[in-house]
Design a binder for this molecule. Structure first.
Ligand SMILES: Cc1cc2nc3c(=O)[nH]c(=O)nc-3n(C[C@H](O)[C@H](O)[C@H](O)COP(=O)(O)OP(=O)(O)OC[C@H]3O[C@@H](n4cnc5c(N)ncnc54)[C@H](O)[C@@H]3O)c2cc1C
Length: 402
């Protein structure tokens, strides 16, 4: 049976409908299917994971200080490391690399903060995060600037293919179908709660709707009069074509002061930078990168990794491609997961800036909340946390917010 396709017309019933076929929506559908629910994912674009997920640099880390984020990351990493077994797709590869994740500072005044953050990682169970002095960093990675003062490092963090993960979750979701080029345009409700998702191809009757619409989560919630406390911000990344001077054994290397980062990718590299000039924006269906972003990004990563200055002159326009997507932030920079209690049957799995790396566990949490295996009172990422005043204090490095 075809699983991912564009239906001519829909008029049917499903146990659950997920709005959004990014990595979050597809992972949610996988776990809903595992829980025995017939599930339809509607995705307005041509394919799965073609909006924000495709702009990601696909990295994962255990290094979070917030207990809920650390728990999601830990559980997700278990899935990344055992993807074929978890999904039942024998021999399925997600291109997993344990390249490491290293947050570096060049400021003496930041050394204590790095030390304290590593202690905070340990406090939530991430005990294999290491505090490295500048000398230790240089011993491991001699191409780093000699000005480096300290780093937080975890060797078992890394990256994988978000595309393969999404396709794998979709393929393994036995009770799910994925309708691409199918745009949700509204959600109907009756006295019992949600009753249908209206799309540009017809109506799907259901009592469970999951809002996994990425940057459009705010729009989807408004259809039901729900105002989510979230905002979107464009972020860009650059692919640099293979070059012999790019060290391929490098970890994801982050400059904590100017918020730039890079990691190796198939002989070349993926680079990013949190441009402080970026502003909050409306949800964007086709976010565009700036033509001059690669030049700025290369300059930024050169501060901590000076070998980039030697490479810049060799690069032509054809060696660089820029992609853009949107981070979504809640007030405490954590995702929002679980029911909207004012609208029975309406669930959230949204507000991600690191959604690729957390998707496996957050999909499972969402499905467990829907299936009644987890109580919302035990869910630290519930929507009502903001009015309950139980927001976690921010602590993790490098959240990409203003
Ligand atoms: C430059 C950059 C680098 C990043 N690097 C990382 C990283 O290294 N690690 C990491 O974990 N995260 C990273 N992220 C963040 C990560 O990409 C996102 O958090 C993640 O992809 C969010 O997934 P999603 O499924 O929620 O969103 P999306 O991938 O945007 O999926 C939402 C989907 O919903 C669909 N949709 C919306 N409205 C409708 C509608 N009305 N009807 C039908 N479909 C609809 C959209 O078309 C979209 O496909 C990065 C992001 C950027 C921009």
């Amino acid at each position: 049976m075809r699983k991912i396709f564009t239906p001519d017309h829909v008029d049917e019933t499903a146990d659950a409908v997920v709005i959004g076929g990014g990595i979050i929506g597809v992972a949610t559908a996988f776990w809903l299917s595992r829980a025995g629910l017939s599930t339809i994912v509607v995705e307005m674009k041509d394919g799965l994971s073609t909006l924000t997920t495709t702009a990601s640099i696909e990295s994962f880390r255990a290094q979070f200080t917030e207990p809920a984020m650390a728990a999601l990351a830990r559980e997700s990493i278990e899935v990344w490391e055992n993807f074929a077994e978890v999904t039942g797709l024998e021999g399925y590869e997600i291109d997993l690399h344990h390249g490491g994740y290293m947050f570096c500072t060049l400021e003496e005044g930041m050394v204590d903060a790095v030390k304290e953050t590593v202690a905070a990682y340990h406090a939530v169970g991430v005990t294999d995060s290491e505090f490295l002095t500048g000398d230790e960093v240089l011993r491991r990675y001699p191409w780093i600037s000699p000005e480096v003062k300290a780093a937080a490092f975890r060797a078992k963090d890394g990256w994988f293919s978000a595309h393969e993960v999404t396709q794998g979750f979709a393929r393994a979701a036995e009770k799910a179908r994925f309708y691409v080029r199918t745009r949700a345009t509204g959600i109907e409700r009756d006295e019992k709660g949600v009753s249908a998702v209206v799309t540009d191809r017809g109506r799907i009757h259901t009592r469970v709707v999951v809002n996994a619409a990425g940057p459009f989560a705010i729009t989807v919630a408004r259809w039901l009069g729900v105002e989510l406390p979230i905002y979107q911000m464009r972020r860009q990344r650059v692919f640099v074509a293979p070059h012999p001077k790019i060290p391929q054994n490098a970890p994801l290397t982050i400059d904590l002061e100017n918020e730039s980062y890079w990691r190796p990718e198939t002989g070349g590299a993926l680079l990013g930078w949190h441009d402080p000039e970026e502003q909050k924006t409306e949800p964007l269906e086709d976010p565009q990168g700036d033509w001059d972003f690669p030049a700025f990004n290369l300059e930024m990563v050169s501060r901590l990794s000076p070998f980039w200055t030697e490479i810049i002159d060799d690069l032509t326009k054809d060696d660089l491609s820029v992609y853009a997507g949107q981070y979504v932030h809640a007030p405490d920079d954590q995702p929002i997961i679980g029911p909207v209690e004012s609208v029975p049957g309406f669930f959230l799995n949204c507000a991600y800036w690191p959604g690729v790396m957390l998707s496996a566990a957050s999909g499972r949490w969402t499905a467990d909340l829907i299936a009644g295996k987890m109580k919302n009172a035990d869910n630290p990422l519930r929507l009502t946390r903001f009015e309950e005043g139980i927001e976690a204090p921010r602590g993790s490095f490098f959240r990409g917010q203003h």
